[in-house]
Ligand binder design. Structure first.
Ligand SMILES: [Mg+2]
Length: 219
């Protein structure tokens, strides 16, 4: 059944940003005097908003992230994005020929989403249909953001397909009553702990080549 709407996560699905983001996050944690392993960062923080990440660091690790830590990290991440961020291979080719309405629903701020899509040449293919976790009460894994995006785009949740790379995002899509395809083609997706958690979050389909998406959606 052809969907009414395809909802794309941004980081790790449209842009290959997760390795850069996790590196910047670990840098910020160390600047705050803390320490978290890369595996733990992927396990606990992937796909979540900075608000959630900050809360988890405070409650589970007693690491206090100040506003200036956060500002420094954002500046550093924007520099990394400008210099190193690449679109996911194949996404630029397939977006214009999906033949279905598309939008973006990301845990990032709207500024960060726009910036990431702009430096990778994807912004013109997706704006103005950009939705940020800042627009809803609860971020992923709650369903709020996907439900908000579907309502704003005039689509029934049952007729939406979500493309996600994180367990939090897959849970959010399922909680929203949407079909969800897990994408494992990002450069971070080889992380073994992440792979295992992704499979156990039970997406409808797992794929690693973005060029397959038009057939998956049609099929
Ligand atoms: Mg993601």
């Amino acid at each position: 059944m052809t969907p009414e709407l395809v909802i794309f996560d941004c980081d790790g699905v449209l842009v290959d940003s997760e390795a850069l983001s996790v590196a910047a996050l670990l840098g910020m944690i160390s600047a705050a005097g803390g320490s978290v392993s890369e595996d733990t960062a992927y396990e606990l923080f992937l796909g979540k908003s900075m608000k959630s990440v900050r809360e988890i660091l405070a409650s589970d690790f007693a690491i206090d992230i100040t506003d200036s830590h956060l500002t420094n990290m954002r500046v550093e991440l924007m520099r990394k994005f400008r210099e190193e961020l690449k679109p996911i291979p194949g996404i630029r080719e397939i977006l214009p020929r999906l033949g279905v309405a598309c939008c973006v629903a990301s845990s990032g701020t709207l500024d960060r989403i726009r910036y990431a899509l702009d430096v990778t040449g994807l912004l013109g293919l997706l704006e103005p249909h950009l939705f940020s976790a800042a627009m809803v009460a609860r971020g992923k894994p709650a369903p709020d953001l996907f439900l908000h995006a579907a309502a704003a785009m005039g689509a029934h949740p049952g007729n939406c397909i979500v493309v996600e790379d994180s367990p939090a995002g897959i849970s959010a899509a399922r909680a929203a009553g949407m079909r969800v395809f897990a994408f494992t083609g990002g450069s971070h997706a080889g992380n073994p702990a992440l792979k295992a958690r992704l499979a156990s979050s039970e997406p409808d389909f797992i794929f690693a080549d973005m060029l397959q998406l038009p057939d998956l959606i049609a099929g």
